[in-house]
Ligand binder design. Structure first.
Ligand code: SAH
Length: 341
C-alpha cells in the first residue's frame, strides 16, 4: 500500500478526480495530516464514509522507527529503521537562526567517492518520498519544535533518485504541508550533469550545492568516480545554464584533504576555474573516518587556502563543524550500526 506521506497534493488531486471526487479534497486531507496532525482517515470528519473507506484501501499511515539517538550540545543524530529493516540516518543541527536537518536520500550510495564513508556501503535502494519526508517529521516530533532548514546532504546522491527527490521537495515546500521555504532548502550533488540541467528547468528556488572537491579533472577523477562520467567543464557549463535560468547563486563544496587538494596551486587553480561565476565556496575540514586513508588539512593550511580565495575575490566560508563527537561524519552512525548488509 502507498504511504499517504509519499503523495504530492497535485497527485492526490488527480487521485480524487480519478475516483470521481472533487479535487479540493486533496487540500482537506493535507490539512488534516500536516496541520492538525491527524493519523487516521476516520478522524477526517469533513470526508464522507465512502471517501474514507476508499482512502483506507489505497493509502496507509506509516512511521519510521527510531533506533538510536545520539546527542551533543548543538547536534542530534538519529538512526531510523525502515519497513524492510534497512537503516538510515538524519542529523539535526541547532543554529542561531533555528534548526536545520540533514537528511539521507538513498540507502547507501553508488557514487564511490574515495574519501566518503557512505560510498563504502553500496546503494541498496532509493529512499521513497515518504521515507525522506518522515525523517523531518519524526525529528520534529522528537524535538517538539519546528525545523526551518533542510539540507539533502546525508547518505546518498539525491540526483540519482531524482523523481522521488523532486516530489519530496514539492511536499516539503507545500503551504498545506510542512511549508518550509524553498530558499531554506539546499540540495547537494556530486555533479550529475543532466540532472543539474533538469533541476535548473524546474526553477524551484531550492539552493544548489555542488561537491567539487578538486580544481582539475586529473585530481577529481582520482577522488570522485563520477568525474569519469561528467568532467569539470561539463559541470561548469551546466552551472552556467542553471545561473541563466534561476539567477540563484550556487555553492561549491570543497573538502580539504591533507596534501591532496589543499595546496596553494590547487587554491589558485580553483580561483581561475570559478572566476566570474556567481557562486560561493564552502571549505569543509575533512572528517577523518576509520579505514579511509585521507587526513584532515591543518588549520594553517585551511587558513592559507581560504586567504588565497579571498584575495581573488571568491566568496568563501569555512564550514562550521558540528558533532565530531557523535559520529557526525557522513554515514558513520549507520556504518557502525548496520544490520546484515
Ligand atoms: N551525494 C551528494 C550528497 C551527500 S554527501 C554529494 O556528493 O554532494 C554531502 C557532502 O559531504 C558532500 O560534499 C561530500 O563530499 C561530503 N563528505 C563526504 N564525506 C565527508 C567527510 N568524511 N568529511 C567531510 N565531508 C564529507
Amino acid at each position: 500500500m502507498k504511504s499517504i506521506f509519499s503523495i504530492t497534493r497535485s497527485k492526490l488531486e488527480e487521485y480524487f478526480l480519478s475516483i470521481g471526487e472533487k479535487k479540493f479534497k486533496a487540500t482537506q486531507v493535507f490539512e488534516w495530516i500536516y496541520r492538525k496532525g491527524v493519523r487516521s482517515f476516520d478522524d477526517m470528519t469533513n470526508l464522507s464514509k465512502d471517501t474514507i473507506s476508499k482512502l483506507k484501501e489505497d493509502f496507509e499511515f506509516n512511521e519510521l522507527e527510531l533506533i538510536i539517538k545520539q546527542e551533543d550540545e548543538l547536534v542530534k543524530k538519529y538512526l531510523f529503521e525502515l519497513k524492510d529493516g534497512h537503516r538510515i540516518e538524519s542529523v539535526l543541527m541547532e543554529h542561531d537562526y533555528g534548526y536545520s536537518i540533514c537528511i539521507s536520500s538513498q540507502i547507501g550510495c553508488n557514487m564511490g567517492c574515495a574519501f566518503c564513508q557512505s560510498g563504502r556501503l553500496k546503494k541498496i535502494r532509493n529512499l521513497e518520498v515518504d521515507e525522506m519526508l518522515l525523517q523531518i517529521m519524526s525529528v520534529e516530533k522528537d524535538l517538539g519544535e519546528r525545523i526551518s532548514h533542510v539540507v539533502i546532504m546525508g547518505i546518498g546522491e539525491p540526483f540519482d533518485n531524482y523523481d522521488n527527490f523532486m516530489d519530496f521537495i514539492r511536499i516539503v515546500t507545500d503551504p498545506y504541508s510542512l511549508a518550509i521555504g524553498q530558499r531554506h532548502i539546499t540540495v547537494s550533488t556530486c555533479g550529475i550533469v543532466p540532472k543539474i540541467r533538469e533541476f535548473a528547468d524546474e526553477s524551484t528556488g531550492v539552493n544548489l550545492a555542488i561537491s567539487l572537491h578538486a580544481p582539475n579533472n586529473d585530481l577529481r577523477s582520482k577522488i570522485m568516480k563520477i568525474n569519469n562520467a561528467y568532467k569539470i567543464e561539463e559541470i561548469i557549463d551546466a552551472i552556467k545554464y542553471y545561473l541563466d535560468k534561476t539567477n540563484r547563486r550556487v555553492t561549491f563544496e570543497y573538502i580539504l584533504l591533507k596534501d591532496v587538494n589543499d595546496t596553494e596551486k590547487c587554491a589558485k587553480e580553483l580561483c581561475s576555474l570559478l572566476k566570474g561565476i556567481n557562486c560561493y565556496v564552502n571549505l569543509i575540514p575533512y572528517n577523518e573516518t576509520e579505514n579511509i586513508e585521507f587526513k584532515r588539512s591543518s588549520s594553517s593550511q585551511i587558513g592559507a587556502f581560504y586567504d588565497i580565495l579571498k584575495k581573488n575575490n571568491i566568496n568563501v566560508t569555512i564550514r562550521k563543524e558540528f558533532g565530531s563527537n557523535v559520529s557526525a561524519a557522513c554515514g558513520q552512525l549507520r556504518a557502525e550500526n548496520i544490520k546484515g548488509e
